[in-house]
Design a protein around this ligand. Structure first.
Ligand code: CDP
Length: 229
């Protein structure tokens, strides 16, 4: 069967990662969470004093350090994907608010983007991949056979993120998460280098109105059309 590239883009907390991960598991493709890579670089910057939460970012030092930042993925026995920073599992650290608050400024640095986009493109060489992010259909894989752009209101997305963090035992405040979601949308859509936007040939999925099951059904149908099944 023909193997393709599936690109899923959208705003923060739009549910695209869950959807992309589920799709990959069903169709037997590799899943890559490109946002986790930006988050890992952000964690590195925080740990090395190049960024202070809610504060300034030392772009020059971060760019200089890029060759020393290795971001990879490992899979646990249960099949869960873990993000590794220089060989150490940082999966839970990269999901916290500290990283969420600094990730969009870090991801707006052109050199950071070029460094990670190159790594991301490497994952797609053999196709058979589902990748989610902000610029997958526009910059990383403009030739992807199936592109989906996920939309949902900021209120729904903030509520979802609060529930997700609460389920993990992390205490968060709805207003703080809502503000972060809106601020990241603003930075991600207005940055100069590959801003978040729908690719012209992407299909829009409005996930305010669909259940998870309906979404997956819709996505699987589109996938089957593309592979000619
Ligand atoms: O938290 P959420 O799932 O919404 O976001 P994420 O996918 O983990 O991405 C975190 C941040 O990384 C985004 O807000 C963007 O600033 C940046 N990002 C990006 O610029 N390009 C990508 N392909 C993926 C993420």
């Amino acid at each position: 069967m023909k193997r393709i590239i599936v690109a899923i883009d959208g705003y923060s907390s739009s549910g695209k990662s869950t959807m992309a991960r589920q799709l990959a598991a069903i169709i037997g493709y590799t899943y890559v969470d490109s946002g986790a890579m930006y988050r890992a670089v952000t964690l590195y910057a925080l740990r090395h004093g190049m960024a202070t939460p809610g504060g300034a970012l030392d772009t020059a030092r971060l760019v200089e350090s890029l060759p020393e930042i290795a971001v990879t993925f490992s899979r646990s026995a249960e099949g869960a994907q873990h993000t590794m920073l220089n060989g150490v599992d940082v999966e839970s650290e990269i999901r916290g608010m500290e990283v969420s608050e600094m990730v969009s400024p870090v991801a707006a640095v052109p050199e950071v983007r070029r460094h990670l986009v190159k790594l991301q493109q490497g994952y797609g060489v053999e196709k058979g991949i589902v990748m989610d992010g902000r610029d997958i259909g526009t910059t990383v894989f403009p030739e992807a056979e199936l592109k989906v752009f996920v939309e949902a209101s900021p209120e729904v997305r903030a509520r979802r993120r609060v529930d997700e963090l609460t389920a993990k035992g992390v205490k968060v405040d709805y207003d703080e998460v809502y503000a972060n979601v809106c601020e990241r949308d603003r930075i991600d859509t207005t940055r100069a280098e590959s801003p978040l936007r729908k690719a012209d040939d992407a299909l829009v999925l409005d996930n305010d109105r669909l259940t998870r099951e309906q979404q997956m059904e819709w996505l699987l149908e589109r996938f089957r059309e593309r592979v000619g099944e």
